[in-house]
Structures are given as structure tokens and as C-alpha cells.
Write a protein that binds this ligand. Structure first.
Ligand SMILES: Nc1ncnc2c1ncn2[C@@H]1O[C@H](COP(=O)(O)OP(=O)(O)O)[C@@H](O)[C@H]1O
Ligand SMILES: CC(C)(COP(=O)(O)O)[C@@H](O)C(=O)NCCC(=O)O
Ligand SMILES: [K+]
Length: 249
């Protein structure tokens, strides 16, 4: 079977595909390399043969994970690499190697699924927006802090903003002005996220009118799906691009 990994700054997303490279068998989200190895070990049934992965972590961290995978499962590992051009898409960065590989794969996947202009919004540790024109030209994008970073900056850089996760979740029942700290912070950050999304939509409309597809991906995509009802929520968009960038012969 085939193991696919998307190593983000906070979490590793994994899934196992049948040898056909199409049919997903199982998957999950884990917080560390050890948790990943444990999840996969529990499932020795997988009989892993090949692995493809994308990482936005350091070279050393990624090397260490790859070494463990080879050691424990004996898999052959293919890593996504930066490219100037692939599958009809031209990387828009001045220095193409600097574009986050998760962004690159998500926009490859988005352009493929849209068969035309698209706006890819990824809600992870960071929130990213990327614009791809109908001719495959990547126009570039934007990066800002995601929900966990916004919330944690306020918690760690103020004296009096303190609350627990349960209160945070409850605060999201409405977007009315907060009458308690937790509501004020959680709803304020949520409105920043939504405002960011609406600004990206305006920009895409300036470029392409109504003729583009919006993709939402990343662990927190559901926080904003309500403001873009026309968007396609594709949690595995990075994996779509990963399969394109790393075909396993
Ligand atoms: N099963 C899950 N485990 C962990 N985080 C999750 C899960 N489902 C949704 N999330 C949300 O996803 C966010 C992380 O998104 P993700 O795309 O995995 O980030 P990154 O790629 O930067 O590691 C977290 O802030 C959390 O709110
Ligand atoms: C922007 C990112 C931090 C997003 O990472 P994530 O939130 O998915 O963990 C990552 O794509 C990255 O490290 N990019 C390199 C810088 C750039 O894209 O310009
Ligand atoms: K990501």
C-alpha cells in the first residue's frame, strides 16, 4: 500500500491508499513523528511499500522522519520538490524554491480540479491565499496568521486574556459583539479570518470576474466555509497535488 504524508507546521496529515494509488483505506491527523509511527504500527496490516510526502518543516526534521519510515517500514520514500513549472502551472515566486511546498501542491491540485482560474485558501497554522490564472500562471499570494496563532499571540502577549478551549468553542455560537473576554477574542479573530477571505474574493473578482473556482482546505477551513457558500471545500487538496508531483511508478 501507499502512504501519503502532509507535514505541516503543527500537524502531520496521513493517509494510506491501496496499491492502485487512488482508493483511500485509512487516514488521520497526528501531532508528532512518534504518534505517526504509532498510528501506522497499530496498522501493520497496511503492508506499506511506498511513501510520498510533502513537508514545510526543516530539512533536518524531514530527514529524520524519512529515516524512521525507511527504518521501521522499509518503504521507499519520494519527497515533493520545488518546481518552476508543473502540470501547466507556472510558479509565480521570484525565487520559486521559496514558495511553501504545501501551497505549491494545493494550487497544482486546485488548477487541475478547476481546469481554469482558481483561488486556493488554506487554513492551517498560517492562512494562505494563492491565485492561479486560467493560463496556469500563478500570480502569487498572501500569508497571514491562522486562528491558532492569532489566539495564542493574544493569550501570551497580554496579562488578562486567559480562557480554556471549551469556553473558546462555546464562544463561536454567535458573532455578536463579545460580552466576555473569550467571546471578544474568539469572535474578533474569526472576523479577521472572514474579512481576509472576503478581501481575497474581491481581488479574484477584479482579476477574473465570476470566472474562477474557490478552494478551501486546511484543518480550519470549516471556520470560513459559511462566508463562501460557492467554494469547494477539499480537505485533501494538498494530497491531490502530491499525487501529481510525485507519481509512483
Ligand atoms: N483532527 C484534527 N487534529 C488537529 N487539528 C485539527 C483537526 N481537525 C481540524 N483541526 C484544526 O486544524 C488546524 C491545523 O490545520 P492544519 O492544516 O493541520 O495545519 P498545519 O498544516 O499548519 O499543521 C488546527 O488549528 C485545528 O483547529
Ligand atoms: C506559509 C506556510 C508557513 C504555511 O504552513 P502551514 O500553515 O500549512 O503549516 C508554509 O507554506 C511555508 O513555510 N512557506 C514558505 C514561505 C512562503 O511560502 O513564502
Ligand atoms: K498545510
Amino acid at each position: 500500500m501507499i502512504l501519503e504524508l502532509d507535514c505541516g507546521n503543527s500537524f502531520i496529515k496521513w493517509r494510506v491508499l491501496r496499491p492502485d494509488g487512488i482508493t483511500p483505506v485509512e487516514g488521520g491527523v497526528v501531532g508528532s513523528d512518534d504518534d505517526l509511527l504509532a498510528s501506522l504500527n497499530d496498522a501493520k496490516k497496511f503492508q506499506l511499500e511506498k511513501c510520498r510526502l510533502v513537508s514545510v518543516r526543516t530539512q533536518a526534521e524531514t530527514d529524520s522522519l524519512v529515516a524512521s519510515l525507511v527504518d521501521v517500514f522499509g518503504v521507499s520514500v519520494v519527497r515533493a520538490m520545488p518546481a518552476r513549472e508543473m502540470a501547466g502551472v507556472r510558479n509565480g515566486y521570484e525565487d520559486y524554491e521559496r514558495l511553501g511546498l504545501d501551497r505549491w501542491l494545493a494550487l497544482l491540485g486546485g488548477f487541475h480540479l478547476a481546469s481554469g482560474a482558481c483561488l486556493v485558501l488554506d487554513f492551517g497554522t498560517a492562512v494562505t491565499a494563492d491565485f492561479v490564472a486560467a493560463d496556469g500562471g500563478h500570480l502569487g499570494g498572501f500569508i497571514c496568521p491562522g486562528m491558532p496563532l492569532m489566539r495564542n499571540q493574544l493569550r501570551t502577549h497580554t496579562r488578562k486574556i486567559r480562557y480554556d478551549d471549551i469556553a473558546a468553542e462555546r464562544a463561536h455560537e454567535s458573532l455578536a459583539p463579545g460580552r466576555a473576554t473569550v467571546e471578544a477574542v474568539e469572535r474578533g479573530c474569526m472576523l479577521m479570518l472572514r474579512g481576509f477571505v472576503l478581501t481575497q474574493l474581491e481581488l479574484a473578482e477584479q482579476y477574473w470576474g465570476k470566472d474562477f473556482v474557490v478552494f478551501l482546505t486546511g484543518g480550519d477551513a470549516n471556520l470560513v466555509s459559511g462566508v463562501v457558500p460557492e467554494a469547494r471545500v477539499v480537505p485533501d487538496l494538498v494530497f491531490v497535488g502530491l499525487a501529481m508531483a510525485c507519481p509512483l511508478s
